[in-house]
Write a protein that binds this ligand. Structure first.
Ligand code: B4P
Length: 216
């Protein structure tokens, strides 16, 4: 199955993609994670991306496309993948077509995760990543046991540099101005499926399994 996860920052794209990867063996291709990794390693692309990411802006299409091309060329994506956070604007969506054609694949569905603005703010400001496992957590919504599984084992709860109030407003504006244009784009292609991203992580996951025909 080849899926795109679309939705505003904090909608839960990464959270749900991680779980589909763990429980259904799907390959998560997250441009956000690929970019953060490039920043951490100090690659030329990472150095160029950092300033944009910290400001809540989109990283330039050429950098992101090169990362996607390299990632889709890896053998594990032959079985299918979830594109998490890509495409984020119409030029990226148009550029994706020839990349998929080159590897003989096409999209099966584009999932739009819909979440209200006030919930998004709480999710983003509360987001943390466990320094030991990389698991996505949230100080407002994860259970005490989940948080302590990280800190109790000597890990720390790391907050992303772009998860501050000032940057979040900019990221939401970029979503409205650029990424939302992908809704009619994929609707016209008959690929768009709307899924409510509200409620608990388990509830959203159950809706997704249903929508993807994976519910038991
Ligand atoms: P991303 O890494 O894609 O991050 P995101 O959109 O903010 O988050 P996501 O929707 O995945 O939310 P999550 O599951 O973490 O992008 C970061 C930056 O990278 C961009 O701003 C941009 O600069 C750059 N970038 C990435 N892709 C690009 C591209 N294609 N082109 C150009 N630039 C690009 O969930 C958020 C929090 O909510 C977590 O703490 C989670 O635990 C919690 N949560 C999730 N679901 C929940 C639920 N149901 N209930 C309660 N809490 C929940």
């Amino acid at each position: 199955m080849r899926i795109v996860f679309l939705g505003p920052p904090g909608a839960g794209k990464g959270t749900q993609a991680q779980r589909l990867m763990a429980e259904h063996g799907m390959v998560q291709v997250s441009t956000g994670d690929l970019l953060r990794d490039a920043v951490k390693r100090g690659t030329p692309a990472g150095l160029r991306a950092k300033e944009k990411m910290d400001a809540g802006a989109l990283v330039s299409d050429d950098i992101v496309l090169e990362m996607i091309r390299d990632r889709l060329a890896a053998p594990d994506t032959r079985r299918g993948f979830i594109l998490d956070g890509f495409p984020r604007n119409v030029p990226q969506a148009e550029a994706l077509d020839p990349e998929l054609a080159a590897i003989g694949q096409q999209l099966d569905a584009v999932i739009l995760l819909e979440v209200d603005l006030d919930i998004l703010m709480k999710r983003i400001t509360g987001r943390r990543t466990c320094s030991l496992t990389g698991k996505l957590l949230n100080i407002h919504f994860s259970s005490r046991a989940e948080l302590e599984a990280c800190t109790g084992a000597g890990g720390t709860l790391v907050q992303r540099a772009d998860d501050n109030e000032a940057t979040i407003g900019k990221r939401l504006a970029v979503y409205r101005e650029q990424t939302e244009q992908l809704v009619p784009f994929y609707e016209q292609r008959g690929l768009l499926r709307r899924v409510s991203g509200e409620g608990s992580m388990d509830e959203v996951y159950a809706r997704l399994l249903q929508e993807l025909g994976l519910a038991r």
